[in-house]
Design a protein around this ligand. Structure first.
Ligand code: ACM
Ligand code: ZN
Length: 512
């Protein structure tokens, strides 16, 4: 926290403790009760209205809250007879609750009754607010599919670390994971592949259908359920619909949107790898417009991520329609054709009341006027300096698909790289030379978990932890408060909480 003074004395939670909350904080109060009940076994009634506070009560209130702490700030005051969280918003209240849980013995995080525990908290005065508004984690559900229950577990773990943005990578070459009612083949065809691929053992995952095909998808009802679950935890879901590259799954289902001469074969079915939409065909934009219309209706957040990375432009070079587009629009080359593509999509996204965000490469050939950039290989500082919003997710600090050790033999197979805990902790989202007047354009930092080699939830957890704690601290705290040795001490303590929850992680004691 920004400020934490631990005082003498203790607060004791008991079977008679109640959670008192004003009525518009009922959701938070119920969540807190649900978090405290399994381990304590206490009934912990939730009450609102005019009530006399009794010893041992937890109080959630906006009264007297410090508005200068912003939209996500809170104060937590623990004295011997009560614990009070003050916040002007439900989000701030939620983060105060997370901090309150951390003051209790680690057994509080268990789903099972824990006997013989004194449920005490040290008396403390805490005042806290995050540094960045975008505290993100990306999960790739295309390379490997994760169920709604598994995604909810990821959201719970993000919430524990006060992250607030879930970037859901729903589309890539290896699988289309979101039901689109107008185009049923996207999921009938695009959500499945012949086998798990990537040279992995077939039993490393369970996402098979009755024909033995690997994959899966979310119905629109599933999507709404996940969005609501996230919202209750103050997490915004940012859907990613990849284009114009990384689109083999969509184009296997609807090959009419590939450049005319090109053949499309889904990865895992052998053959060429040409998953790029034709930029010369107007029907491509009608199709994507219809897809984005349904997507915009499912996700209440401000942003739609349209990918834009690693576009193989060789088809465009050899396509008469793409070349005709370049000529008709007065474009210089295929890079400018990509910029044309993104600008046209930007208009579609804006017409749905949303903002477009895309990977570093959408700068090639000129960044679309109101686009936000997700910087993985550069361009963040330059984009912010020209007035675009930016999310920092540089590979060197943020790629959770990288190995956590140089001793690969002792690790689950990963894509490569080396990203130990300390490197994540060294991330500084604010570019060094960015002038003060542009700094507000840097929304925050995000970790990305690509899942080519991550076929199940246990391994997702292993790649997330303990690194997610470092990312959280970077996004939440002031740079001056960062202290690696202290962070390691707290990471070791945190292992006990993860143990209590049954979450898999890479132990701090394991050599890197
Ligand atoms: C990326 O890692 N291709 C954004
Ligand atoms: Zn074309």
């Amino acid at each position: 926290p920004a400020q934490a003074d631990v005082r003498g004395g203790q607060f004791q939670l008991t079977a008679a403790s109640r959670i008192l909350a004003v009525s518009n904080l009922k959701n938070e109060a119920q969540l807190l009760a649900a978090r405290l009940r399994p381990a304590t076994g206490f009934p912990l009634q939730v009450k609102s209205g005019k009530l006399k506070i009794s010893d041992g009560d937890i109080v959630l209130t906006p009264n007297g809250a410090d508005a200068s702490l912003g939209a996500e700030g809170y104060e937590l005051s623990v004295t011997t007879n009560r614990a009070v969280i003050r916040a002007t918003t439900a989000a701030g209240m939620f983060y105060g609750m997370e901090s309150l849980l951390q003051l209790l013995p680690q057994e509080i995080f268990s789903n099972q009754p824990a006997s013989g525990i004194a449920w005490t908290m040290p008396c403390a005065e805490i005042s806290d607010a995050p540094r960045f508004a975008w505290r993100g984690f990306m999960l790739d559900v295309s390379r490997h599919f994760f169920t709604v229950a598994e995604v909810k577990q990821v959201l719970d773990l993000m919430a524990l670390y006060k992250l607030n943005t879930f970037h859901w990578h729903l589309v890539d070459d290896q699988g289309w994971r979101i039901q689109i009612k107008k185009y049923p083949k996207l999921t009938e065809v695009g959500a499945w592949r012949d086998d798990i691929g990537f040279g992995l053992a077939s039993n490393s995952a369970t996402a098979y259908d009755k024909h033995g095909r690997y994959g899966g998808f979310y119905t629109q009802r599933d999507i709404r359920e996940v969005v609501a679950y996230a919202a209750a935890r103050h997490i915004t879901v940012v859907p990613e619909i990849e284009m114009p590259g990384h689109s083999s799954a969509a184009l296997t289902a609807y090959p009419q949107f590939v450049c005319a001469h090109a053949k499309i074969v889904m990865p895992g079915k052998g053959g060429v790898f040409t998953g790029v939409y034709c930029a010369g065909n107007d029907a491509t934009f009608v199709f994507l417009g219809n897809v984005l219309k349904e997507v915009a209706g499912l996700f209440p957040g401000k942003y739609i991520h349209i990918g834009g990375d690693e576009v193989d432009k060789s088809n465009w070079k050899n396509c008469a329609e793409c070349q005709a587009r370049i000529k008709a629009e007065g474009l210089k080359d295929e890079k400018e054709l990509q910029a044309y593509f993104i600008r046209r999509i930007e208009k579609i996204v804006e017409a749905r009341g949303k903002n477009l965000i895309g990977w570093s490469e959408i700068r090639e050939g000129g960044l679309a006027p109101s686009a936000a950039l997700m910087d993985w290989i550069g361009g963040g500082a330059e984009s912010a300096a020209s007035g675009h919003d930016v999310v920092m997710t540089p590979t060197k600090y943020c790629y959770f698909d990288y190995y956590q050790s140089t001793n690969h033999a002792a690790e689950p197979k990963a894509i490569g790289g080396f990203l130990p805990l300390e490197s994540v902790y060294q991330l500084e989202p604010m570019p060094e030379k960015l002038a003060p007047e542009f700094q507000a354009h840097v929304l925050g930092g995000q970790a990305n978990l690509w899942t080519e080699y991550v076929p199940n939830l246990r391994q997702v957890e292993y790649m997330m932890f303990p690194r997610l704690g470092a990312l959280s601290e970077v996004d939440w705290s002031r740079p001056t408060a960062r202290d690696w040795e202290d962070f390691k001490t707290r990471t070791a303590l945190n292992e006990k909480r993860l143990d209590a929850m049954g979450v898999n992680y890479r132990p701090l004691s394991k050599p890197e």
